[in-house]
Design a binder for this molecule. Structure first.
Ligand code: M6R
Length: 607
């Protein structure tokens, strides 16, 4: 949930660390800091708030040295103050940490009893003192770091530098991701490969439990049993996707990328010439043997599951249960012998989803995962992977990953239906035809952008908003409310249109915008009855529908947003575009921090 970076370089480290940290800022932005090795040992600069604050301090108080580590924090233990900002350091070692050390209280008490003085309220600081204690007891730096991590409980990725050892860095991962970047007589550590793109595209993904000792020309990796281990160096793509280009925000860029990212996902999962789904290559999972499915995810990825639930039951005729990952394990689910579980995650690192995946696999259930980040923890641990092809998503509010997840889930539904004989060759052709038309329909939906930007002025005055939908548009209403909440801080609720009269209608007055998602389909008339109920109470209705829907609702709506007429399978994916644009332009109007909204982080690696 925090971002970490380390550089053993040939050029001054601090400015390069700032550049890398900016690319990790999506992971957290409560405070930031850097430590480097100068002639006098470890030097640090830290600041509460965003990396810009740290960069400001560095401009007047630069840091020396070509070796350093940096951190951007999402606070868990201790307020986001300068004292709690990483790196934490002693006279011998500086460390940065992502994760939570669960036994920190006990370790801290022991280290205080030994005479060590703590300067922060964090769990992380114990790591620096523990390594120092081992060094005081005579261990060499790497041996001291290895001994220290053996005593830690919890999840972590860490990077450490040692006073007096300019050609040495230590890293370790247990539960949080860490990659090594390999340069020309330079080595790097980062929470993800994107952070290292300015320096190298050659990376080694450390595996769970690995630790690494780096020199500028040397990488020694040990596995969780402490044996030296060989890990492949791979070249990664996608540097351009991590740039904002001419867009004002990553979120807007990512919204606009969707015709392309959906197109890539469709091309990967469908034989577009013959209009058939490619059978997913799952060596360990047989689609025809899946009798029931649990769909598990968090946040926006969970809403993608909730939409897919309709498809899987209606098209593939498979019983589905959908759950939030943080709840799934704790309600003691009762899987059948023919159950499989499907996990959806952009990052592949979300702690709740990862824990649910591990739980499922320990119960002997096969796990299929819809993932966007190759080589992420879930990617490595799942039985079968259904990749989305959205490319790096930087904006904290998920947009292009969501529609790519939906596209992959729609293709998976068709594949599952085919395997179960519920999707005939003709139906498969029709559904594939719809998916092939999806990028164009999404491009068409984007044409409403100016109109939505105008509407946002009005929405930005609201204290609260309601999103309504029926069928697969109900979970999209939930996603609309989440998107609006997370980047505008306006309270919003998503509601099944038919449920409105059972309580939420009490919220309706002339001040509340009610955004209704209703194309002219078999549920349209029912939804319109609910819209009438809202209109009768003075509610201000913004209808997202196709031309036919707008024509049929004339007189009821205050504002119209038009989406193209399309096949019911792809309708919710197309309607996601105006939902995203509404949140985006309202946030711009309010002047909030769109890409890094308060209190949030892109990758939530704590439970
Ligand atoms: O990386 P994941 O897809 O597992 O992340 C799940 C949620 O944390 C994520 O979708 C979150 O809800 C987004 N901020 C929503 O925009």
């Amino acid at each position: 949930m925090c971002g970490i970076v380390g550089i053993l370089g040939q050029a001054p480290a601090a400015t390069r660390i700032i550049e890398a940290l900016r690319r990790l800022e999506y992971r957290g932005y409560d405070s930031a800091g850097i430590a480097t090795l100068g002639a006098d040992g470890i030097e640090r600069r830290r600041a509460a708030g965003k990396i810009a604050n740290l960069a400001g301090i560095l401009a007047s108080e630069p840091l020396p040295g070509n070796t350093g580590i940096g951190h951007t924090r999402w606070a868990t233990h201790g307020k986001p103050t300068t004292d709690n900002a990483h790196p934490h350091a002693t006279e011998k070692v500086a460390i940065v940490h992502n994760g939570i050390i669960e036994n920190y209280r006990e370790l801290r008490a022991r280290l205080i009893a030994r005479g060590r003085n703590f300067a922060s309220d964090t769990d992380s600081e114990v790591i620096a003192h523990l390594i120092t204690a081992h060094m005081e007891d005579g261990a060499a730096p790497i041996a001291a770091a290895e001994a220290a991590i053996a005593g830690l409980e919890g999840a972590f990725a860490i990077a450490c530098i040692f006073a007096g050892s300019d050609d040495l860095m230590f890293g370790a991962r247990r539960g949080s991701p860490l990659v090594v970047g390999v340069g020309q007589s330079e080595m790097f550590l980062g929470s993800d490969a994107i952070a290292l793109f300015p320096f190298t595209d050659r990376v080694i993904y450390l595996e769970e439990g690995d630790s690494v000792a780096l020199g500028r020309d040397k990488v020694v990796i040990k596995d969780k049993a402490g044996r030296e281990a060989a890990r492949a160096t791979v070249t990664v793509q996608g540097a351009a996707a991590a740039e904002k280009g001419n867009y004002r925000h990553f979120m807007l860029k990512e919204i606009h990328e969707q015709p392309e990212t959906i197109g890539r996902t469709v091309a990967a999962l469908l034989d577009t010439v013959n209009e058939k789904v490619r059978a997913p290559e799952f060596p360990d999972v047989h689609l025809d043997r899946i009798g029931q499915l649990a769909l598990v995810a968090c946040g926006t990825a969970h809403y993608a599951c909730r939409i897919a639930e309709y498809w899987l039951e209606q098209i593939a005729r498979i019983p589905v249960e959908c759950d939030i990952a943080s709840e799934f394990r704790y309600r003691s689910p009762v899987p059948g012998t023919d159950s499989a579980a499907l996990f959806v995650s952009q990052s592949g690192e979300t702690a709740d989803t990862l824990a649910a995946l591990r739980f499922v696999r320990e119960s002997g259930i096969k796990a299929i995962s819809v993932l966007n980040v190759p080589q992420s923890s879930m990617w490595r641990e799942t039985d079968a992977i259904l990749p989305t092809h959205a490319g790096p998503e930087i904006g904290v509010a998920s947009t292009k990953a969501f529609t790519a997840q939906l596209t992959a889930l729609a293709a998976f539904t068709v594949a599952l239906g085919r395997a179960h004989g519920t999707v005939s060759p003709e139906t498969e052709r029709a559904l594939c035809h719809a998916l092939i038309a999806l990028p164009r329909a999404v491009a068409e939906a984007l044409r409403e952008e100016r109109h939505i930007a105008d509407l946002a002025a009005e929405l930005s005055r609201a204290k609260s908003a309601l999103f309504l939908g029926r069928g697969a548009y109900y979970p999209l209403a939930l996603e609309g409310a989440l998107k609006l909440k997370e980047i505008t801080y306006i309270h919003a609720e998503g509601c099944a249109a038919g449920e409105l009269k059972h309580g939420p209608i009490a919220l309706v007055d002339e001040k509340i915008p009610v955004i209704v998602l209703a194309p002219k389909d078999h549920l349209f008339e029912k939804t319109m009855s609910n819209v009438e109920e809202v209109a009768a109470r003075g509610g201000r209705i913004i209808l997202i529908s196709d031309e036919a829907g707008h024509a049929a609702s004339a007189g009821l709506t205050a504002r119209r947003i038009t989406i193209p007429t399309c096949h019911p399978l792809i309708g919710p994916i197309v309607a996601a575009i105006p939902v995203q644009l509404i949140a985006y332009y309202t946030a711009v109007h309010l002047g909030t921090d769109v890409d890094q909204p308060r209190n949030l982080a892109k990758s939530v690696t704590v439970e």
